[in-house]
Design a protein around this ligand. Structure first.
Ligand SMILES: [Zn+2]
Length: 478
């Protein structure tokens, strides 16, 4: 390919704090418009902000989880702009000294592992939401979201394909979820990405002119938007035209982007230090304590599953990409130590149930019961068909697998004397099949086996039935 694609992401994540960043209003999604705001988050003259310590802790946690360095002293700055989503006419953000900087996140895409640099993670406040009146009477504003704490994660332009952009976004989402920093409800907008993209002839050092696409709120949208924008820019260059530096709006339903406005330079925002807030001073003990509170992250978990539990990489990737699934798997393997079996059933049958019936299935079922069921199956005490049946019922009712197996008489019947007597009876009752078998029709054997299995209500051990039936037929032929 004669062109190289260069992508950087800016990811906005709302922090999981109890209250907003500068006031005591609840940090909650939704609610009656403008029911969750106060003079501080409405930016009334004369009010003063107080920085929420919890927000700083979450931001540092995200930074450490993405291998960043933490600024011991940083500050908040005013980013001035005039737009009604921010009644103060400025957003409190961080300009030249971000809280976290110089980190990286590992990704695996197209069979290659590489690190994507994290240039900075800074703390800022979210803005209100504008809604256009459906009657065309004007624009309505809901300030419930104003003052919700955000982090902006800015990557280096290290991404080289739409696929890498998607995988990076997925990995960052998992990290934020594992650390509890963000609830990652993308449909509610609590996690969203801006894409900066440019193209250049392969081998050229200097970067091409880039465009920005804002507020992409699904992995697929990020990948598609990158594909379409790269194609658009390459077509312009091929025609000898120039790419204009601008912000574009991506319409995922139409899979097209439209120019929104010319890109502002940071000078346009006239940043200056926020005079109403003191600098943020972070001591080493706090950093140490936050570090200690970070759980095992998805990347490390994935490696452990592959290396220690010998789970295939593909499976380990799916399991660890969702913390709830990974925790469920982990709990279940404490009960059933056949890890591969647990992983297979989880990825096929359990995820099928989740898809059909929703996440509640996992609460009804519980990892404990799932593990117990796997033990029954692993020991050969129930057949595969019975295990599926039990899984379906337990996920509906929450019944103990053990008592359900008893009640429905699903245990595999291996009593040698009993099975032998059934075999003898089936042979006696089916002279036609027996004579067919004697004359060389092997199909008749399967028929007889099916009769025995039916007598055992499907709970026979096929190996045992096969052995006993062969012996019985052989004795008749002597
Ligand atoms: Zn408030």
């Amino acid at each position: 390919m004669p062109y190289e694609i260069v992508i950087g992401l800016e990811i906005h994540a709302e922090l999981n704090t109890k209250s907003k960043i500068f006031c005591g209003c609840k940090n909650e999604f939704g609610g009656e418009p403008n029911s969750n705001c106060c003079p501080v988050c409405l930016g009334m003259p004369g009010t003063l902000p107080v920085l929420n310590k919890e927000a700083v802790i979450y931001a540092i946690k995200a930074g450490l989880a993405m291998n960043c360095r933490i600024s011991e002293v940083s500050k908040m700055d005013r980013k001035n702009y005039f737009y009604p989503d921010m009644p103060k006419a400025y957003q409190v953000s961080q300009y030249d000294i971000p809280l976290c900087y110089d980190g990286y996140v590992e990704i695996e895409a197209d069979g290659q592992t590489k690190n994507i640099g994290i240039e900075r993670i800074h703390l800022e406040e979210d803005a209100g939401k504008l809604m256009h009146d459906p009657n065309g009477q004007g624009t309505l504003i809901d300030y419930n979201r104003a003052g919700v704490p955000l982090i902006e994660i800015v990557t280096r332009p290290d991404i080289r394909s739409p696929k890498e952009a998607r995988v990076l976004f997925e990995n960052i989402k998992s990290i934020l979820e594992y650390t509890g920093v963000c609830d990652c409800q993308m449909q509610e907008g609590s996690l969203r990405a801006d894409v900066n993209l440019s193209v250049r002839p392969t081998g050229q050092e200097t970067l091409g002119t880039r465009t920005e696409m804002k507020n992409l709120n699904s992995f697929r949208a990020v990948e598609r938007a990158c594909e379409a924008e790269a194609k658009r820019q390459i077509e312009l260059l091929e025609k000898g035209l120039k790419v204009v530096q601008e912000t574009r709006r991506w319409d995922d339903s139409k899979q097209e982007s439209y120019p929104m406005r010319e890109k502002e330079e940071s000078l346009d925002y006239r940043f200056f230090p926020e005079p109403d807030l003191v600098p943020i001073v972070v001591d080493k003990t706090l950093i140490k304590n936050i570090k200690a509170s970070i759980p095992e992250l998805p990347g490390a978990r994935k490696k452990r599953y592959i290396n220690e539990l010998e789970i295939p990489a593909y499976d380990a990737n799916i399991i660890t990409s969702d913390m709830k699934i990974a925790d469920f798997f982990e709990e279940a393997t404490k009960v059933c130590s056949n890890y591969k079996l647990v992983s297979n059933w989880l990825l096929t049958d359990l995820l099928r149930l989740v898809k059909e019936k929703g996440q509640d299935v996992m609460q009804k079922l519980t990892a404990q019961k799932f593990g117990e069921l796997m033990v029954y199956y692993d020991k050969g005490e129930i057949s595969q068909a019975s295990a599926k049946k039990v899984l379906d019922i337990v996920s509906e009712t929450g019944e103990e697998p053990g008592s359900l197996i008893e009640r429905l008489e699903l245990k595999v019947q291996r009593d040698e004397n009993l099975v032998e007597s059934i075999v003898k009876k089936v042979v006696q009752d089916n002279p036609k099949a027996v004579s067919d078998y004697k004359s060389g029709k092997t199909k008749a054997f399967g028929f007889l086996m099916g009769r025995v299995m039916a007598q055992l209500k499907g709970n026979g051990d096929p190996e045992q039935i096969k052995r006993l039936l062969t012996r019985e037929l052989k004795s008749l032929m002597e």
